[in-house]
Design a binder for this molecule. Structure first.
Ligand SMILES: Nc1nc2c(ncn2[C@@H]2O[C@H](COP(=O)(O)OP(=O)(O)OP(=O)(O)O)[C@@H](O)[C@H]2O)c(=O)[nH]1
Ligand SMILES: [Mg+2]
Length: 431
């Protein structure tokens, strides 16, 4: 991903699912108007999820995800099906592609049930209408044909029209424009209104960002959380001043007035805390991201699990990306060291990175996740949801560091709702 593209985690994720040969890859090609995915009459052509980023008008930046057929067989086939279903975790809107000449199969119906259960908006795309014999109308969803011109974008409209049937011929492109319009109107709007930091700022507010440039920092660029934060500060009409940790103190003293907020990389939290006068609000990129991805409360509570850690307990340290060394260094070296130092215990550490996330979490005393800037909100919600469902405390790098260094309370001050929550927790713990 280049700096001139919307990060993948910010794009609406559209997953295409269905049986082998239903025409999933053909629909992707018709939507993108390119040979993005291989199409053939051989069943099981697509064997791994394929991601295609694009600007999809009138929707904006999206990622389309092609998946292997839901009815794949054999040992390898079952693995492929599972990989396809894993894509559901990050899907914002699903397209269930059905061969219209065959109608809904058992697998299609099961998937439709699953989509309803998850409350995911979806469309059933009846493909190959050129060879349909008239019985193609399947299932009990409403037909969206004829509705495409209607402008009504309320949440209840979306709920009522999720599951609608759309007829297309992927091979000739017929119906694809209508499909795009329907898609655009079913997409949840939440991602466009949520802000990383902009909601805390007024125009012309000063914000100081602390970015260490050490050996671990990637060459020639800033990392994604830093880029996105600067972008959001600018969007509010506020002013961002970026400094290294080594210059923070001087930078603060050279400003004519104190900044409203200092946002630091968690690795230099302690120093930023020391160098930032108490009357200035201080937080970290990872705290902003936990709030942005909707799991700040769980993350803050999760950090407390350190207090009950015993020798030999297992801790899972998990990060969403595989590529910048900065994460690796902090995840595999610094965090384990700090945890042992803080608790005086000798736990066992497991490390994972990238798209994979352990299914059986019960064996862990706690999970420490990175900020997840490379993962979309749906995927982060899934991971935090799984931990909660399995009763395992989960926190993130930055919040755990703040907790161990005694800075957590201060770094939550910019968010009044969190300060209230901490107070309530303390009260409950006392009683
Ligand atoms: N008649 C007709 N055939 C189509 C249409 N769309 C796709 N096909 C054909 O259906 C076959 C399967 O298409 P794919 O797009 O590869 O199907 P898929 O769902 O991706 O299949 P797998 O990757 O094997 O799971 C190909 O031979 C396509 O040419 C259509 O609208 N009409
Ligand atoms: Mg395919």
């Amino acid at each position: 991903m280049g700096m001139n593209q919307t990060p993948s985690s910010e794009r609406v994720h559209i997953g295409l699912f269905g049986r082998r040969n239903a025409g999933k890859s053909s629909v992707i090609n018709a939507i993108t108007n390119q040979d993005t995915a291989i199409v053939s009459e051989v069943r099981g052509t697509t064997t791994d999820p394929v991601y295609k980023s694009m600007e999809l008008l009138p929707l904006g930046p999206v990622v389309l995800i092609d998946t292997p057929g839901l009815d794949d067989e054999g040992e390898l086939g079952r693995l492929r099906v599972q990989k396809g279903l894993d894509v559901l975790r990050k899907t914002d809107i699903a397209l269930l592609i059905v061969d219209g000449s065959l109608g809904m199969s058992e697998e299609d119906e099961q998937l439709e049930e699953e989509l309803k259960k998850r409350g995911l908006p979806y469309l059933v795309v009846l493909n190959k209408t050129d060879i349909c014999t008239g019985k193609s109308s399947t299932g009990n969803g409403t037909d969206l044909a004829g509705l495409t011109g209607v402008r009504e974008d309320s949440a209840s409209w979306k709920a009522a029209h999720s599951g609608s049937r759309v007829r297309v011929r992927a091979r000739t492109g017929e119906g694809i424009t209508e499909l795009k319009e329907c898609l655009a109107r079913l997409v949840p709007e939440k991602s466009s209104v949520k802000r990383l930091v902009g909601d805390l700022l007024e125009p012309l507010d000063l914000v100081m960002l602390v970015v260490p440039i050490d050996k671990a920092a990637p060459k020639g660029r800033l990392i994604l959380p830093q880029q996105q934060t600067i972008r959001d500060v600018l969007e509010s009409g506020a002013i961002s001043v970026v400094t290294r940790d080594t210059e923070l103190k001087s930078a603060l003293s050279r400003l004519a007035e104190p900044p409203k907020l200092v946002i630091t990389d968690s690795q230099v939290f302690e120093q930023a805390d020391r160098d930032t006068p108490e009357n200035i609000l201080l937080t970290s990129f990872s705290i902003l991201f936990a709030r942005y991805k909707g799991n700040l409360a769980q993350t803050v509570r999760g950090a407390g699990a350190l207090e009950t850690l015993q020798d030999g307990d297992r801790i899972l340290i998990s990060e969403g990306c595989t590529h910048h060394r900065q994460c690796n260094d902090i995840g595999t070296v610094k965090l384990p060291h700090w945890i042992q130092e803080y608790t005086g215990k000798k736990p066992e550490f497991d490390f994972t990175s990238g798209a994979g996330f352990e299914r059986d979490l019960k064996k862990y005393h706690m999970i420490v996740h990175c900020g997840g800037c490379m993962l979309n909100e749906q995927e982060m919600q899934y991971r935090f949801g799984e931990a909660a469902a399995q009763g395992v405390p989960m926190t993130n790098y930055g919040i755990l560091i703040a907790y161990m260094k005694g800075i957590l309370k201060r770094s939550l001050q910019p968010f009044p709702e969190m300060a209230r929550l901490l107070k309530k927790d303390q009260k409950e713990n006392r009683t």
